[in-house]
Structures are given as structure tokens and as C-alpha cells.
Design a protein around this ligand. Structure first.
Ligand code: FAD
Ligand code: UDP
Length: 371
């Protein structure tokens, strides 16, 4: 019998626990210090009967058929496709910025010319990161790139990361590329949707196994990690090691919820505010599962620095320095606790979407299974 401890009942921890539970020789304890399972994907029906995502909108989107089929064992998904608008100059403009966005903000002749020039240089459907489009030397395309940079990216990124787009990992702004098409979906992955009974229910089913025990309200730092044959740790490694080498940088977010006596508060589930307000975006939850209610629940999302003990780490700030510090922590951890493996958005210190977190957990658990 192997005694296994999984720290964190989010998607990463729940995936590992679920896969390892298929071996009846494993006895698995999953702990989380929060009072609920599902980590940052946690959702619940509020007093208006609306399924609310406590930690911001979560849309499952993936090109990984293995991850998609794995998750579909626990839930059916609806066919929701995420569409986002950004408020620019008082207008709601499709985001990612596409040909239709271009025609909404530039007069027709100029927008036609920009579209023609882009069409001559790139195949239809190309997705271009803003930092790459900024390098163009054509005056019309440069005007376009500077407009998008200034109105979509600059101020939003300052709010979200406290830095300019040029100062953060280019992969971050490349998540929302400029779209050379009229495709107005936020994600182009072939598989997308929202679990019909919610993420929490999906995760509950993943953990509902005879050899898995879940205990909430428990901080793993109060447990004796060396007393387990294997530990899968989805929390932050710097915190686990008492910040011995320094603090890894994360950004945090805060949500302010409001209820309104309205059928709908805004036109889309997510409306981004790059240039106005202190918040980055507003979420309106009833869109995700098409919930019916005379009222609506929204949340404004504010970004802030992560301060240990005061708020939660949500977004790893990945750069050369922080990656080096992270690697040093991994080395220290493995010297002190060779039975502990790190995974998850916090444990791996990577900006994982849900599918990447699940994919990583699947491969870790399956590789252990076959070893
Ligand atoms: P988490 O969900 O963070 O789970 C880790 C768990 O470990 C937490 O519950 C925590 O309480 C627990 N824990 C940590 N330390 C300890 C300890 N010492 N003891 C006990 N428990 C501990 N992804 C998408 O695919 N689509 C989206 O639309 C999307 N939107 C997002 C919006 C926001 C605002 C954020 C922050 C993330 C979003 N994500 C989205 C990413 C998604 O939330 C993550 O990929 C996913 O939650 C990662 O799961 P995880 O289990 O690795 O981490
Ligand atoms: N971004 C931006 N303006 C927007 C939307 C996104 O500048 O209106 C940038 C910003 O730097 C953000 C990154 O693109 O952090 C990735 O955006 P995404 O919506 O993928 O972030 P997430 O949903 O993970 O918070």
C-alpha cells in the first residue's frame, strides 16, 4: 500500500488523485487549506440561481483531445464559445482585435487599405502578437499597430501586471493576438465549453473514489511531508520552503461582486476596460450556462501585487530572474524532500490554462503509474 498526499484540491491535484486512485494499492489523502474543492475553478449557484465563478470567469478551451476526453468522463460541456469586447473610445470593439474591430475605429478608406495591406503580407486567419505587428515598417500598418498597442494593450497590461507590454514575457500579450480575419471568438481551440453542472461538481466527481479522502481547511505546511511515500504539491514552492531564498513574484486579483435588478448588465460575459476604470474587466456570469433570472450577478476584476499573508498568488510573473529563483527552489526542495513532486500553476510556476494544468497532471500521474 502506497501512502500518497496530494496538496491542493484544484484541477491539478484532483487529476493526479483521480489517476492514481485507479491503482487500489494507493491510499490517497487530498488536502486543501480553502473550505472548498476545485481551486481557482470553484463555482457555485448564488442567491439568484446564477452559477458564479468565485475567482473570475473560467472557460475550458483546448486543442488537446486527450485532455478533453479525460474531462468528459466527469461532465458534459455546453457549446459556449467565449466572445469578448473591449471598450475603446466609448465603443464595444471585438477582442482579439480583428478586421471588424479595425473598421469600427478607423474611417472606411483607411481601414480598407489596412485590411488589403495585411492581406498582401499574411495569409487570411494569421494571428499576430502585438509586439510583432509593432515592428512593421509600412506607415498604415504602423499606425494600426500603435493604435492597438495604445488602446488595447498598454493600459490594460499596466493595470494587470504593473508593467508595460514590452517589459513582460511576450508570450503573455501573444495570448490575445491581432486576428487577420473576422473570427470574433476569444479562443480558436476546437474543444470549448462550460461544464453543465459547473466545475466544482466536475471536480467532486473526479475525487469521488473509494481510496481518496479529501480534507479541507488543512494547510500542508502543518503536515509531516516525509511521512508519505509520495507527495504531489500544487501550492507555491517558495511558501513551502518558508521563503528561504526570497519571494517568487506573482500578481493577485480581487473581485468585487454586485447584483443588479436587470436581465443583463452588459452585452457579453466579459467586457474589458483597457482605458477606463481601475478594474481590467467585468464578468457577467449568467451567460455561461444561460441561467435564467430577473437579476444578474457581475464581478469587477482588479489586479494587484501579491503580498504573502495578505492576498492569494494567481499569476506567476515569469522572467529570467524569477525562473532562476524558482529553479533554485526546486533543487532545494528535492534535496530536503525527495518524495515531493511539484505541479500546477503555482507548483510549476507557469501560466497554465486549465487544459495545460490537466495535461501536465495527467502525464505526471501516468508516468508514475508505469514506473
Ligand atoms: P489552483 O486552482 O490554484 O489550486 C491549487 C490549490 O492548492 C488551491 O485550492 C490552494 O488553496 C491549494 N493550496 C496551495 N497551497 C496549499 C497548502 N500549503 N496547503 C493546502 N492547500 C494548498 N484557465 C482556463 O483554461 N480558462 C479560463 O478562462 C481561465 N480563467 C482564469 C481567470 C483567472 C482570474 C485566473 C486566476 C485563472 C484562470 N485560469 C483559466 C487558469 C486556471 O484557474 C488554472 O489553470 C487552474 O485553476 C490551475 O489549477 P491548479 O490546481 O494548478 O491550481
Ligand atoms: N491584454 C490586454 N488587453 C486586453 C486583454 C488582454 O492588454 O484587453 C493582455 C494583458 O497583458 C493580459 C494578456 O493580454 O495579461 C493576456 O490576456 P488574457 O485575457 O489571456 O488573460 P487572463 O484571462 O489569463 O487573465
Amino acid at each position: 500500500m502506497s501512502r500518497i498526499l496530494v496538496v491542493g484540491a484544484g484541477l491539478s491535484g484532483s487529476t493526479v488523485a483521480n489517476v492514481l486512485s485507479r491503482d487500489p494499492g494507493n491510499s490517497i489523502l487530498v488536502v486543501d487549506r480553502r473550505d472548498h474543492i476545485a481551486g481557482n475553478c470553484f463555482d457555485y449557484r448564488d442567491g439568484n440561481g446564477i452559477m458564479v465563478h468565485r475567482y473570475g470567469s473560467h472557460i475550458l478551451h483546448t486543442s488537446d483531445g486527450d485532455v478533453w476526453n479525460y474531462l468528459r468522463q466527469f461532465t458534459a460541456f455546453n457549446d459556449y464559445e467565449h466572445r469578448v469586447v473591449a471598450v475603446i473610445g466609448g465603443k464595444e470593439v471585438p477582442l482579439p482585435f480583428n478586421y471588424d474591430s479595425m473598421h469600427m475605429v478607423f474611417e472606411r478608406e483607411l481601414a480598407d487599405r489596412m485590411e488589403r495591406k495585411l492581406g498582401e503580407r499574411f495569409p487570411e486567419g494569421t494571428k499576430i502578437p502585438i509586439l510583432e505587428l509593432l515592428r512593421t515598417d509600412d506607415p498604415d500598418l504602423r499606425l494600426l499597430a500603435e493604435f492597438i498597442h495604445e488602446n488595447v494593450f498598454l493600459h490594460y497590461t499596466r493595470k494587470q501586471w504593473g508593467r508595460d507590454p514590452s517589459e513582460i514575457d511576450g508570450a503573455v500579450t501573444a495570448r490575445v493576438p491581432v486576428m487577420l480575419s473576422r473570427d470574433d471568438r476569444y479562443f480558436q481551440d476546437p474543444f470549448q465549453g462550460i461544464p453543465l453542472q459547473g466545475y466544482t461538481e466536475m471536480v467532486r466527481r473526479m475525487l469521488d473514489r473509494p481510496n481518496v479522502e479529501v480534507r479541507l481547511g488543512i494547510d500542508a505546511r502543518d503536515l509531516e511531508l516525509d511521512g508519505y511515500d509520495e507527495v504531489y504539491y500544487t501550492g507555491a514552492v517558495d511558501e513551502l520552503m518558508d521563503f528561504e531564498l526570497g519571494v517568487l513574484p506573482y500578481r493577485s486579483v480581487r473581485f468585487e461582486f454586485e447584483t443588479h435588478d436587470l436581465e443583463h448588465y452588459q452585452s457579453h460575459a466579459a467586457v474589458n476596460h483597457p482605458n477606463d476604470h481601475d478594474y481590467t474587466r467585468v464578468h457577467e456570469y449568467k451567460y455561461y450556462l444561460d441561467d435564467r433570472s430577473e437579476r444578474t450577478t457581475i464581478a469587477m476584476e482588479y489586479s494587484e501585487d501579491f503580498i504573502p499573508g495578505e492576498n492569494e498568488p494567481y499569476y506567476p510573473v515569469v522572467d529570467e530572474g524569477s525562473r532562476r529563483l524558482y529553479d533554485d527552489y526546486v533543487e532545494l526542495l528535492h534535496r530536503r524532500h525527495p518524495n515531493v513532486r511539484l505541479l500546477g500553476r503555482l507548483g510549476d510556476f507557469r501560466y497554465y490554462d486549465m487544459d495545460k494544468a490537466v495535461g501536465r497532471a495527467l502525464s505526471l500521474a501516468r508516468s508514475r503509474d508505469s514506473s
